[in-house]
Design a protein around this ligand. Sequence first.
Ligand code: AMP
Length: 429
Amino acid sequence: MSFEKLGLIKPLLSAISDLGYEHPTLIQKRAIPLVMAKSDIFATAQTGTGKTAAFGLPILQRLRKTEATQDRRVKAVILSPTRELSIQIFEDMQGYSKNMKVECAVLVGGKDIESQQKILKQGVDIIIATPGRFLEHVERNLDITSIEVLVLDEADRMLDMGFTKDIRKIHPLLPKKHQTLLFSATYSDKVRKLSKLVLRSPAFIETSKKNSTVDTINQVAYLVDTDRKAALLAYLIGSRNYPQVLVFTRTKASANELFAELKKDGLKCGIIHGDIQQAKRLKTLAEFKAMKVKVLVATDIASRGLDIEELPYVINYELPSVAEDYVHRVGRTGRAGREGEAISLIDIYEKFDIREIERVIGQKIPQDTVAGFEPDPTIRRKDVDEAKLKSEHKKPNQKKERQYNKNTSGLAKAKTTTKKRRTTKRDAK
Ligand code: AMP
């Protein structure tokens, strides 16, 4: 199957050929004809599968704007959970539309709203935005009466980040007859509920097993004591000569701590998390892409949308508090069919979390140790004993407590099972 066979117009074919795309990916093969046929879509697609082009190319084709015309009202809006992802989509759309007369604008928080309004006044065909900022513009009288297509990209993530209210507000404001394309890496009840609200007789596209990780990624978990994780990380990076690594922490606090420790070790590293200003984040990202920074320490939310070509290694310094985030994290590597390696450094407490991740991805993650960094067996015994002791003294409302722990994504669990766990709050923007 070629892009020509999908019926894409010449300006798009030539643009993607310049980008080196030879054959459509699975999601592109399935989604492009459906989007062109104006069908609503519910697609579960993993990160790195080429989903931006899967919705971007047919949207551009639908607009068919190869001539600058008078109609400069907004015809498509692409909502994504983070600034970085929005900017990434914007850049991709610029690349795809380079031979067309299409104007795209990116509207994200952290940027001056008045200057965004000036750009909008000049006339824009496609808006790429985070939900909150898009709503702000709508409240400031952005004309959305011509919108034909709404894309909800990484919908699961938008819901996790608390954008449900904004999306619910935006949806009824759009013209009744618009087309909605919902993309989600994971398939949760929340996403299903949202799909019922926003989609009309959607076509379902499932390009992979639910929540499974990309096949080309080798996964391994190294058992290590909590206080030796930073040393093991530095050792792995140094001894294995990793050219570039993306390292995930669970919280902003531990990202800061790790960043400081790695710098002490003389490693060229960068850091991005929700408390760091966007301009600084983008600068760090650019330095990482340009290989000026070897190690990028990131939290889950800040890392969304990072599209770094051929990133071979992702290291989970701490497992994510939400098991589904594991899929997003390791999706940073092995993109578009390339091989990648995802390494998780797990301490005694995370041995429980990894089981939940294995359940979600439907596969076992091999566990191993690194010589010289084997976990202290006395710690292991003590904690297992503690866990056993706990289970022997079940409280009457334990079922409730388990549910609560599940809902609070590991934070409460960490608190109830151990005093030692270095975990604060779930990283929030
Ligand atoms: P995405 O899932 O949209 O973030 O895309 C992941 C990466 O795959 C990006 O670097 C895209 O530029 C690239 N990509 C998308 N479609 C193709 C294709 N058909 N052939 C080769 N690379 C692609």
